[in-house]
Design a protein around this ligand. Structure first.
Ligand code: PLP
Length: 389
């Protein structure tokens, strides 16, 4: 089916379907071949060329979801991000990266760029002016992430895209936290969108994948680098990802709703110090988020009162899982200091405002009343332990 401005659920369900011509099955057949005929064929297919039937079909769905001309699927979010950055950067170039980005992307920049002769600067904040201040004559890429991980800062997507255009620089965004359901950066002029599809796209905590989406012209370049780095995704996982994407809109909308209710509950709780959620009117990025997002997302962060030990709190949760990663249909919490941002120095974490007591909360699709009850019983238990001790 062609995407001539179909609704989101229709795109998720039907765009890029492979027809089962032989048996007329309802879902796309899975083609596991790693070897395809080379004679008398229009396309030379090979999994590492990102062009097997399943890879090619799913790419169409992903491009449609991000309002892009083309997309590619990778073996992880970091495979997508590193391939995309290395496509548009070379020795002698400079890249400006937002200060508050996913810890793995930060680690990639600080551990790898110097070896390749690529200069980089981190912004000191997340405003458009913070990006502008860092631009040098050799800057080739502006890299942003909004809402950011883990403090949910909001950056003006159109502002950064316009700045990049004015200076003749490429703009690239990590749209993982928002998902294409809540935010479409290409509509605001962003050149390249990257995703950890391990998160909302997969949505069930059982797929590791990544996506790059952009114009045909940019994607041709990403493809050239991608086939050298070899970070494509196996067809079986591509097929599973297609299955997951069919319900993405339903899941993400339920997660948005739960996050909003949970953020309101936590902000009113006397046991909680700070809540970071762009859907709360008191969040500094609220107005901007409202103008550029269709939903505020399923992620929030919070800090418990200092007298409540966060590590004991994690242990007492019965329903909410203290676990790595995010965006699954089950609710999870983690400590960024111990996990996603562990590779960052304590000093750099402090610069970003990431306290050791910060708890990142990924809302699932459970009834929010059950999640609140779990939090209340865990806090009560920790408090009783502290009193006894
Ligand atoms: N971007 C964001 C915002 C993430 O949260 C993550 C992973 O947690 C990544 C990128 C990297 O994705 P992956 O773990 O699939 O390589």
């Amino acid at each position: 089916m062609k995407n001539d401005k179909k609704g989101l659920n229709t795109i998720c369900t039907h765009i890029g379907e492979l027809e089962d011509k032989e048996y007329k099955g309802a879902v796309s057949p899975l083609y596991m071949s790693t070897s395809y005929q080379f004679e008398d064929v229009a396309v030379k297919r090979y999994p590492r060329y990102f062009n097997t039937p399943n890879q090619e079909a799913l790419s169409k769905k992903l491009a449609a979801l991000e309002h892009a001309e083309a997309a590619m699927i990778f073996g992880s979010g970091m495979a997508a991000i590193s391939t995309a950055l290395m496509t548009f950067l070379q020795a002698g170039d400079h890249v400006v990266l937002q200060q508050t980005i996913y810890g793995g992307t930060y680690h990639f920049a600080v551990s790898q760029f110097e070896r390749f002769g690529i200069e980089y600067s981190f912004t000191t904040g997340w405003e458009v002016e913070d990006f502008e201040k860092e631009i040098k004559p050799n800057t080739k890429v502006l890299y942003l992430e909004t809402p950011s991980n883990p403090l949910l800062t909001i950056t003006d997507v159109k502002g950064v895209a316009n700045l990049a255009k004015k200076k003749g620089i490429l703009s690239m965004i990590d749209n993982t936290f928002a998902s294409p359901v809540n935010q479409n950066p290409i509509d605001f002029g962003i050149d390249v969108v990257v995703h950890s599809a391990t998160k909302y796209m997969g949505g069930h905590s059982d797929i590791c994948a990544g996506v790059v989406a952009a114009s045909e012209e940019h994607m041709k370049k990403v493809w050239q680098t991608g086939i050298c780095f070899g970070g494509s995704l196996s067809d079986y996982t591509v097929w599973l990802l297609e299955r997951s994407l069919k319900t993405m809109v339903l899941r993400v909308k339920a997660q948005n709703e739960n996050a909003m209710k949970m953020a309101k509950y936590l902000s009113e709780s006397k046991d909680v110090d700070n809540v970071y959620y762009p859907g709360l009117e008191k969040h500094p990025g609220y107005a901007l988020a409202k103008s550029q997002m269709k939903g505020f997302g399923g992620m929030l962060s919070f800090e418990l009162n200092p007298e409540i030990d966060a590590s004991l709190f994690f242990k007492e949760l019965k329903l909410i899982k203290p676990s790595m990663s995010l965006a699954g249909i089950e609710s999870t919490v983690l400590s960024p200091t111990q996990t996603s941002h562990a590779l960052m120095s304590a000093e750099d974490r402090a610069k970003q405002g990431i306290k050791d007591s910060l708890i990142r909360f990924s809302l699932g699709i459970e009834e929010v009343e059950d999640l609140i009850a779990d939090i209340e019983q865990a806090i009560a238990k920790v408090k009783s332990m502290t009193v006894t001790a």
